[in-house]
Ligand binder design. Sequence first.
Ligand SMILES: Cc1cc2nc3c(=O)[nH]c(=O)nc-3n(C[C@H](O)[C@H](O)[C@H](O)COP(=O)(O)OP(=O)(O)OC[C@H]3O[C@@H](n4cnc5c(N)ncnc54)[C@H](O)[C@@H]3O)c2cc1C
Length: 418
Amino acid sequence: MMSSDAKRILVIGGGISGITAAVEAAEVGYEVILVEKEPCLGGRVIRMHQYFPKMCPPACGLEINLRRIRQNPRITVYTLAEVEHVSGSRGNFEVSIHQRPRYVTGNVPIPDTLVDSLESLRPDEFNYGMGKTKALYLPHEMAYPMMHVLDRRALSVHDKEHIQRTCPQGTIDLDMQSKSIQVNVGSMIVATGWQPYDAAKIAPLGFGRCTNVITNVMMERLAANNGPTGGTVLRPSDSIEPKTVAFVQCAGSRDENHLPYCSSVCCMGTLKQTRYIRERCPEAAISIFYIDIRTTGRHEKYYYDLLGDDHVRFVKGKVARVDEEPATRNLKVDVEDSMSGKKYQGCFDLVILATGIVPCAGIAKLPIPGLQYDGYGFLVNDEGERGIFAAGCARRPSDVSQSVKDGTAAALKAIQCL
Ligand SMILES: Cc1cc2nc3c(=O)[nH]c(=O)nc-3n(C[C@H](O)[C@H](O)[C@H](O)COP(=O)(O)OP(=O)(O)OC[C@H]3O[C@@H](n4cnc5c(N)ncnc54)[C@H](O)[C@@H]3O)c2cc1C
């Protein structure tokens, strides 16, 4: 007879892959511990305006899954948490989880007046650094758990005293400590996802040097109704609607100096974002500079639909350099057209770099003995020998639909090897 510990599964990462794995395993009777390093679940998908292929808001898919988590007593969620040590082997892992303090107890709701009265600000990570939030903040309006979090390091002495003086009893605990939680599990799923490639490393493309060069993930937030501009596409330097927009595909991808591989979702990401701009700035002229447009299966329709749009121009060519005109902050883009072999310069109001996917697990290696990585930092599954499975973008660049399938498959494998 198997002990209940051995029937427990640890899922690391609370994006769409990890959430899927957790609910699928829990709904067939297994206990699940879900560990997420951020203050709430949802991963990268929750920060999108819409997601292809159906162009629905992220709430569509995530809300129902978050409800399934909320209603399932077999799932224990630890946010602000990371695995710090693992010992044992398949069937009986001993796992130590480190949980950082939230400083918000959750026992009493945080009054809006308290948040408003604070002066301390911090960079808004949810909006990829575009804008700031108060040091006491709700990550976003769909957050699970729906709880504020306090960025203690950003809190001024004045605000600290203000909280101590005026905060209702039991709301905030400024002395809250980090915790170490010990659990026993029989198998593990690693769904730690991805982060965008650091565009500042591709120096010629101007990110960080030119104010109106942004990345594709920032573009998602600019289009989002709950984003920094309330969903109006405005260029950063002067908050004016762009009239000419350039997308630079494979920014750092398929490039031996940066990411040698194709992230597989960036072309679809750009076609989706082209639609955002067509809707919001109908007069804008959009140029897409690409090496190849990679859309598979039914996704190809997105490409063909835009080919017939006279506001959208596809240019097979490599962008060599982006520079800023100091007076206007407009962008000069040097391109080599691969079809004609000619070099020319275009001028744009806004440039969006389609940067690729970098696996989080490859950057900050997890303290799990025996995990195997490929040459790019994605995890390699061993088909069950060790009882540890990877899902979603921790394993390979994938879209939401593939990540959901991956999460389900990982849950099944994790169950089978208990
Ligand atoms: C510009 C762009 C647009 C895109 N648009 C679409 C689209 O429209 N449609 C579509 O299908 N796909 C789209 N994608 C792909 C989509 O983002 C991914 O398929 C999806 O995010 C994969 O989910 P995931 O759970 O594997 O990873 P993530 O979403 O990255 O989630 C991983 C989670 O793990 C957490 N985590 C990381 N490390 C740790 C750790 N050590 N401990 C605990 N937790 C950890 C993270 O905080 C995060 O919550 C797009 C991608 C890009 C780049």
